[in-house]
Design a protein around this ligand. Sequence first.
Ligand SMILES: [Zn+2]
Ligand SMILES: [Zn+2]
Length: 258
Amino acid sequence: MRSCAFVFADRQGKMGLGRILVRTFADFALPPRCPVCGVTVEENHEFCLMCWQQLEFLAGPCCIQCGEPFAFERSPESKCGQCLAKPPHLDGVHAVVRYGDVSAKIIIRLKYGGRLGIAELIAGHLHRLVAEGDPADMIVPVPLHRSRLWSRGFNQSVLIAEALGRRMARDVSHNLLIRKRPTPPLKKMNNAERFQTVKDVFDVTAKGRSLLSGKKIVLVDDVYTSGSTANACARILKAGGAQKVTLLCWARVCHSVE
Ligand SMILES: [Zn+2]
Ligand SMILES: [Zn+2]
């Protein structure tokens, strides 16, 4: 119930009160169900065994900057060839699972099925990934353009960020980073096209500029595909004064580099 109150108060993540109440009822009054296949499970916000076994949790060696898994064991500070050749704006990328059928279904249920409990589930996993020794000053969700927000009714990244913020006892900075214009779906574009499409789409608000100086930012998104969107956000946040920007996301597309 508490999470929905936050959702209702949140400008980027807003839904209508009626929809919230329906979702609240569905999420909390009915027996807990696996968010992927719908079978009954013991606790809210957990997967059934079958779906759990199909998720590939990312825990092995990876590039310290872009998070791409290494095919072989490397020293913990290693960077992949791509990050060495052309350093990205993001200082770190931490994903819970490899992008695949089951991890994608979870995001689809959240984005298009309005299953708000999934944001709580994802945030629980993201909280594990937050570096204990290097606390973030601010949590910033990747914003949607307002036209997309109106049509979908909420921003899934805000819902995840809010749930994470409650676990970290940190406020979420909604109105610091904005998306200036809508972008077409990036799905069918190659990396160069994605980069061109999103490179000047984000901006930092005047209020944001006064708050960002020297800050360590945790950027929150649902899925990391090519990194174009998150890096465009990191670039503008750093141009606005942020010291460090690290992405936390649910799933990432992996290529396993050497
Ligand atoms: Zn299941
Ligand atoms: Zn890398």
